[in-house]
Design a protein around this ligand. Sequence first.
Ligand SMILES: Cc1ncc(COP(=O)(O)O)c(C=O)c1O
Length: 187
Amino acid sequence: VWAAGGVCVADEVQIGFGRMGTHTWAFETQGVIPDIVTMGKPIGNGHPLGAVVTTRAIADAFHNGMEYFNTFGGNPVSCAVALEVLNVIRDEGLQQNALEVGGYFLARLKELQTRCPLIGHVRSRETLEPAANETRYIVERMREQGFLVSTEGPLRNVIKIKPPIIFQKHHSVRFRHLLNDLLDVFA
Ligand SMILES: Cc1ncc(COP(=O)(O)O)c(C=O)c1O
């Protein structure tokens, strides 16, 4: 990227603030120091907030006489929320929680993968057709039970799971049982 004159941007909107478990920022797992880091949702834990971190040189490049202003930028209430979110992540050991529960959850889902032929490339192994209808059915039933999963991918055959950082092992057990039962519908 740099050799071609570009800048490296790390989007931490979904995965930042300890959600990787092993690191605070996902870019740390990639062995790269980005020029720009964008942060969103988890910075306010539901309160609408966003932030950009960059180098002095890049920030200065925008200081070109064109005034930038923003109605809610630097809002003190929002800043207080963001600071408190950082305190809670530290005080409640939520990065460690992400590491432990995330690893546990992944292991439970991999167990399910070995048992269920529909999971893998998330395609039926017989026809190799993308399982979009099955995915939609599963996502709808899971939402009814309070798990806000969604379909993803160009073929809509991927179940996207975005558990909150306070997710507990017992939630992942419930999730796995429910998914297991729903997959049985197509067994
Ligand atoms: C990975 C990622 N980047 C950026 C954004 C945009 O964030 P915002 O809505 O705070 O501008 C989103 C929103 O869903 C996202 O998921």
